[in-house]
Design a protein around this ligand. Structure first.
Ligand code: PMP
Ligand code: GLU
Length: 402
């Protein structure tokens, strides 16, 4: 038997570029190459001790049986409290569904709302998995471009122009992966005014980087009362609580969406791991304003961002914005396209990333994967020393391109 047995669905699915680059860097590392991995987007911090203890206690307390499909009620109550505490938003527990990471929450929503050909508007640069999730669910991604000169943010006009009779949803992400851009309250309000004109338009608001915001308080599109019932918030503990491996995400939105996600999850997973849910319960009860762990992490990310921007400015030809959140820089590197080191010519961001992986031994992710072929993504969720060393290597390798 061979892979001809595979479905069109899987054959047409692209591999996650963030995970693919990270796999390549692991492979090189296993061969003894000293690779600096700036490709994966995950905090390099450990999960806070009190959260780990809650996970251990769950094992000792034998919380090891099937959970309720949408998540333990206690956890959903704590998430409702968190949404009130951090965002001033009221949600009932029956509007909340806990899943296996925000990734799973997102695909649940798309599987629940999309029929063949239904359109989902996605601003680019977008996170790699968005269009693939929409395709996998039978939908059609409709990409609207936001350039570096506009801090990678789309305008209300662009959103409105992209809405057609087939539009089902608008997929919105702030703070953004891969650009780190954060929409201000005024910018959100301008988008909300367009959204309000289309009561059948569902907004999937991915707020997974909520806590990694350097300039101010996180604002949610759901805080505009006139569109609140059109919003599904997607969030989780992976980024803000340094809990990527626990795999806990959630949605909060209209009850019929929560019911649908519970139904699909009932067939797919029977709900998320109990140990992780109990750890997440401890995590979401943590007020970020009073958490030394979170304050330490945020301070470190801000310092690293400032260092990376300063160092990147010293590299000829690179152009970047000043990200206000998340832990990525997304510089325009197109200055180097068409240049060569004498052996190979750099035609695009994939070529450049492969060149930097092989020559500088730094793993990054090509902008193509985020819908912005002129850029590359640098994750700065690593130490300042490694950031400085990586940029030094990148600078050296780029200087060889003529
Ligand atoms: N949305 C965005 C924008 C992300 O960067 C990530 C990171 N993987 C996710 C969702 C998924 O998060 P999780 O690890 O909770 O599945
Ligand atoms: N969100 C992270 C990233 O963009 C994790 C990897 C992934 O899930 O794609 O790198």
């Amino acid at each position: 038997m061979n892979n001809s047995i595979l479905s069109d669905r899987i054959l047409n699915l692209g591999e996650s570029a963030t995970l693919a680059m990270t796999r390549l860097s692991r492979e090189l590392k296993s061969k003894g190459v000293d690779v600096i991995t700036l490709s994966i987007g995950e905090p390099d911090f450990d999960t806070p001790q009190h959260v780990k203890d809650a996970g251990k206690k769950a094992i000792d307390d034998n919380i090891t049986h099937y959970p309720p499909v949408p998540g333990f009620l206690e956890l959903r109550e704590a998430i409702a409290q968190k949404l009130l505490r951090d965002n001033g938003l009221e949600f009932d527990t029956n509007q909340i569904v806990v899943s296996t990471g925000a990734k799973h929450s997102l695909i649940n929503v798309f599987m629940c709302i999309l029929n063949q050909g239904d359109e989902v508007i996605i601003p680019a640069p977008y996170w790699v998995s968005y269009p693939e999730m929409v395709n996998l669910s039978g939908g059609k991604p409709v990409v609207i471009d936001a350039g570096i000169d506009n801090d990678f943010k789309v305008s209300p006009k662009q959103l409105e122009e992209a809405i057609t009779i087939s539009t089902k949803a608008f997929l919105f992400n702030s703070p953004s992966n891969p650009t780190g851009s954060v929409y201000s309250k005024e910018e959100l309000e301008a988008l909300a005014n367009v959204i309000a004109k289309y009561p059948d338009l569902l907004v999937v608001a991915d707020e997974i980087y909520e806590y990694i915001n350097f300039d101010g308080k996180h604002e949610s599109l759901a805080s505009f009362e006139k569109i609140k019932d059109q919003i599904v918030i997607v969030n989780g503990v992976s980024k803000g609580m340094a809990m990527t491996g626990w795999r806990i995400g959630y949605i909060a939105g209209p009850k019929f969406i929560a019911d649908a996600c519970t139904k699909i999850q009932g067939q797919y997973t029977s709900g998320t791991g109990t140990i992780s849910q109990m750890a997440a319960l401890e995590a979401v009860k943590t007020d970020p304003k009073n958490s030394p762990d979170l304050k330490k992490m945020l301070k470190a990310f801000k310092e690293r961002r400032d260092l990376l921007i300063k160092l990147v400015k010293e590299i000829p030809g690179l152009k970047s914005n000043v990200p206000s959140g998340a832990f990525y820089l997304f510089p325009d590197v197109s200055y180097y396209y068409g240049k060569t080191d004498g052996k190979s010519t750099i035609k695009n961001s994939t070529d450049l990333c492969m060149y930097l992986l092989n020559v500088a031994n730094v793993a990054l992710v090509p902008g193509e994967a985020f819908g912005s072929p002129e850029c590359i993504r640098i994750s700065y969720a690593t130490s300042k020393d490694l950031i400085a060393e990586a940029v030094n290597r990148i600078k050296g390798a780029l200087a060889k391109l003529k």
